[in-house]
Every structure is written in C-alpha cells, then in structure tokens.
Design a protein around this ligand. Structure first.
Ligand code: NAD
Length: 501
C-alpha cells in the first residue's frame, strides 16, 4: 500500500473517514509514491473552527512570545534543509540544489517576519483638538485561508504564512495536491517550534476545499498563488464573500537586450533564468527580445551552445541542471504548445522533445526547447508555457521592445540588459511590470521589499513579501481618546463638526 498523506488540524495528522483521495507522483520516475487525502466542506469547517479558537488566544499573545516561535522555526528550517529539499524534489521534480535555493528564499521570508512588530506598529498624534489624542493600531484579521501552487512547495507557503502567523493570525492552508508532503513537513516544524496547536492547519485537497475556503464565513482573508484563471476566480468568489483577497498569478516575462549590453553575460542570464526549475517559475524569463537583428544573431549564437550543454535528470542527480516537469498532463500541455508554435510558423532552433533519461523511461522529462521569430500574434507569445520552451522575438528598435513588453496581459517581471543608464531608466519608468530587473534576470526582490505583479499577474491589493504583507494580514483601527480631568465639568453640547474645538 502506498504512503497515505493526511491533513494536519489542531496539531495532529488527521484522515477523514470515507474521504476522497488522489495519487501523488514522483515526476522523476513517473511512479505513484503516495495517496493524498482530499478534504471536504466538513473538513474545512472543522479546521476553521479549530483555527478560530486558536486565533482568539494567539492574537492576544505578546509579540515576543510569537517571535520566539518564528525564530525557532527559522532554525528548524535550516536544520531540516535536507529533509525538506528531498520532500520538494521527490514530488515536484526540481533538483536538490534548486530546492535548497527555494528553501534559502523561504528563510529570508521567515527572517523578515521577525520584523512584524516594527512593520505593524501604529501612528500617534497628540493635541489633535480639545486634549484629544489619536493613534492607530493594527490587529490580526483572524483566520487566513491560504491556497498555494505546486512550483514552490516551501518558499511560497513560508513567505505567505509566516508573516500571517507572526502578526497573530491562524491559518487554514490548502497546498497543491501535487506536492502535499512538504506541507506536512512544514507543519511538523511549526509544531516543533512551539506554535500552539490549531494556529497552523493543513487541509489537503482540490477545488472542493478551495471553494469551501472561499465561501466560509469564518475566514477573513485569502492569500492565493497560482495560475491566472484560478486566481481571478478566487479573487472574484472570495471578495463576493466579503473577504480581503490577494491573488498572485501567472507571468510571461520579457528580457530586452540592448545592442550595447554585455552579450556574454546576457546569454548566460537568459539560459539560467529561462530554464531553471524546468521553467516552472512565475518569474522565469520566457521571451528574449534582442534589439536589432545584429544583436539577435550574436545572442542566438551565444545561447545555443549554452542551452545544448544543459543536463536534464532526476531530482537527486547532483549533476543535473534541471529536472522533469511536474506531471504527465503538464508534459502533454507543453508538447502541445510546441506543436502549435510549429504550426504558427515559429522557427525551432532546439528541439527538446523525445529526450531520454537513462534509468528513468517513465519520468516526465522535456529537454530545453528554443524557438526564434516569435511574434505577438502567436499563442507561444500569448500564453504562459510552464515548461522548458523559450522564445526569441526580434524587435527592430527599443521603442518596439517596450511596446511588445507592455502589450502582454501579464506584468510580473520584466528585464533589461544594457550598459546605458538612460535606456535602463526609461525601461523602469515605462514598463508596466511589478518587478523590473536591470542586468538582473530574475528580479525577485529580497524579503523586505514588496513583491507582486501588475496587470493580470495580480488580483487585489497587498503584496507577498515586504511590509505590505504585514498590512494585508492586519486590520487597522484608529482610536481618538480624551481623558478629562475630574474638575473639567460637563462637556458643552456642540452640534457643529468643528475640528478646532
Ligand atoms: P494552479 O492555479 O493550477 O493551482 C494553484 C492552486 O489552486 C492549487 O492549490 C490548486 O489545487 C488550486 N486549483 C487548481 N485548479 C483549481 C480550480 N479550478 N478551482 C479552485 N482551485 C484550483 O497553479 P499551479 O499549476 O499549481 O502553479 C503554477 C502557476 O502559479 C503558474 O501560473 C505560475 O506563474 C503561478 N505562480 C505565480 C506566482 C506569483 O507570485 N505571481 C508564484 C508562483 C507561481
């Protein structure tokens, strides 16, 4: 019998009786490695009840008491790096080195959550009028529903939920059903760190659990990361149930290379940022836009050997550059995108289909694939392809490169490589993306800056990292107070709305 993956509610692993379940695969081998229990509305209802009871106490705990747990969590994540990386790699397919990189970014997020008291402290003014003083304070919102994607099984949850917990909320989390084991490892570490039972809960499952979270009256806010279609649905449904929702969604990230750029550096950056993690990153560079044909020709010659040298392999092969894509369906959808691009007239420069990985004939592997002469009317331009297929476009001028970048429905990350400050400045001012890179191919800012896309790469307010995340997970109260002296006498009646009284 394969391993059974459970929920984690009230500090305990729990299985629903008569629950549905789904298979969990190891993408590197194509083998089923576990079955994951799928929760129901009743499971969510139970988890929210437990979380709400825990939130009532946790929200009143001192900052010092909360942060003692967060500090401990940080140390435990570091101490459990190998276990976590293996849990990620086994179900996601990314290499151990990549998984450890992800955990490193998770640690940054956990460390920033230790700034929660600073970023949530309020404002104060005295003598506002008639001995009145006014101050503001931020309070936890209560129970936060979290819905996360498969592609960062630890980083996205850690960044999202550690701040939510640090400011005093409790969590009901539905991880991706493709990578459920890392979620239980993370829950285990919270418990070991001393978090009171019930503050951190995991309900495994699919759409049924998501819908129950979106509709549940006991949940105050929703954090979502995933694809654009689902994110828009989550935003609309969640807000229609009167919740605050921040949904971080898809990307199609453009990398513009100016003729004056260091082309060798730009070529390496494109290959790393384009194909890392089998291109299953929302911030992966999808499209290369060298400005002018000469730049395009030179860059193309530089990237071809670098791409051909990439090694694809199982997650635990220390010599592999990237691993399998996450599922059989995902592989089929990437192959379909390649076939359609050929039909649409894309020039295939490197064909990564039919790659064979010795000893792993059933893994979901795709080699790196490169198209040239992509145009904005092609599907290969329009859609986010979550697999190792990247494209070159050929804008004649910088104006055209900016226009193409801004014409896309997504605005997650956009990048320019140049030696010219004026071009870089124009790019950062005019391009409508949430994150801009200047000679930095993956402009994922560090955890104390806000992260979030523009256009259809984000729905709702709030950010995923940074001070804005703390604001999203707290509600603002503004207090006006006066402490009259006993001999001040009765307040005169005044029906005027006079601020200077
Ligand atoms: P996904 O949208 O398929 O799944 C995300 C979550 O939603 C999962 O927990 C899943 O179970 C659930 N879900 C899936 N279909 C649903 C439906 N019909 N109704 C309700 N819930 C549903 O995304 P994914 O494939 O797991 O992740 C990849 C996507 O996430 C990419 O589009 C990527 O760009 C995006 N992403 C964005 C960011 C960002 O910060 N903007 C970060 C990471 C990933």
């Amino acid at each position: 019998m394969s391993k059974q993956i459970a929920h984690f509610i009230g500090g305990e692993l729990t299985h629903d009786t008569d629950a549905r379940s789904g298979p969990v695969f190891n993408p590197s081998t194509g083998q089923e490695v576990a079955r994951c229990v799928f929760g129901s509305r009743q499971t969510v209802d139970h988890a929210v009840k437990v979380a709400a009871e825990a939130a009532a106490k946790w929200g009143r705990a001192s900052h010092a008491a909360r942060l003692a747990v967060v500090f401990k969590l940080r140390d435990l994540v570091i101490a459990n790096m190998d276990v976590l990386a293996d849990a990620i790699g086994r179900e996601h397919g990314k290499t151990i080195a990549d998984a450890k990189g992800e955990i490193g970014r998770a640690i940054e997020g956990i460390e920033f959550a230790c700034a929660a008291p600073h970023v949530t402290k309020g404002e104060y003014a005295n003598n506002v009028g008639g001995d009145i003083e006014v101050f503001s304070m931020r309070r936890p919102i209560g129970v936060v529903g979290c819905i996360t994607p498969f592609n960062f099984p630890i980083m996205v949850p850690a960044v999202m939920m550690t701040m939510a917990v640090a400011v005093g909320n409790s969590i009901v989390w539905k991880p991706s059903e493709k990578v459920p084991s890392a979620a239980l490892e993370f829950a285990r570490l919270w418990k070991e760190a001393g978090l009171p039972n019930g503050v951190f809960n995991v309900v495994q499952g699919d759409k049924e659990v998501v819908d129950a979270i979106l509709e549940h009256p006991g949940i105050a806010g929703i954090s979502f990361v995933g694809s654009t279609g689902v994110g828009e649905y989550v935003y609309q449904k969640g807000t229609s149930h009167n919740k605050r929702v921040a949904a971080f969604t898809g990307g199609k990230n453009h990398m513009v290379v100016m003729p004056d750029a260091d082309l060798e550096a730009a070529a390496s950056a494109f290959v790393s940022a384009g194909f890392g993690s089998s291109s299953q990153r929302c911030m992966a560079v999808s499209l290369l836009l060298p400005v002018g044909n000469e730049t395009a020709e030179r860059l193309r010659e530089l990237i071809i050997p670098k791409i051909k040298a990439l090694k694809v392999g199982p997650y635990d092969d220390a010599t592999a550059d990237f691993g399998a894509v996450v599922s059989k369906e995902s592989k089929a959808s990437v192959e379909k995108a390649i076939a359609r691009c050929l039909e649409e007239g894309g020039e295939m420069v490197i064909d990564g289909r039919n790659i064979e990985i010795p000893g792993n004939p059933n893994g979901y592997y795709l080699g790196p694939t490169l198209f040239d002469r992509i145009t904005a009317d092609m599907q290969m331009y329009k859609e986010e392809v979550f697999g190792p297929v990247r494209g070159i476009m050929r804008p004649a001028t910088f104006d055209e490169a900016i226009a193409i970048t801004n014409s896309h429905e997504y605005g997650n990350g956009s990048v320019i490589f140049t030696r010219d400050g004026k071009s870089a400045h124009r790019f950062m001012m005019e391009v409508e993306s949430g994150m801009i890179g200047v000679n930095v191919p993956v402009p994922l800012p560090t955890s104390y800056f806000n992260f979030g896309g523009l256009r259809r790469s984000k729905f709702g307010e709030g950010h995923l990292y940074g001070p804005d995340a703390a604001r999203f997970y707290t509600k603002l109260k503004t207090v006006s107070q006066r402490w009259p002296e006993p001999d001040d006498g009765a307040l005169p009646i005044s029906l005027a709305f006079n601020p200077t009284a």
